[in-house]
Write a protein that binds this ligand. Structure first.
Ligand SMILES: [Zn+2]
Length: 74
């Protein structure tokens, strides 16, 4: 068994949000790769940033979605 993941595997796991559903051993490998690899650490940061931005947008839409809907109705 190898401890090394390839960068394309890591970025795929990160982008599909598989990092939170991985078995602990796989996640450890992912973490290990992120510690060693600057490029993938960048990807992870961007993913986290993107995720937060999307969540913020989604919750904002929920909040003023009700008043907006009536305006659109014809
Ligand atoms: Zn990498």
């Amino acid at each position: 068994m190898t401890l090394r993941l390839r960068c394309d595997e890591v970025s795929r796991l990160l982008s599909e949000r598989k990092d939170s559903t991985l078995p602990p051993a796989e996640r450890a490998k992912l973490r290990l790769h992120l510690v060693m690899c600057d490029a993938c650490r960048n990807v992870e940061q961007q993913m986290g940033f993107l995720r937060q931005a999307i969540q913020r947008m989604a919750s904002r839409e929920e909040n003023d979605g009700d008043s907006g809907k009536d305006d659109d109705k014809r």
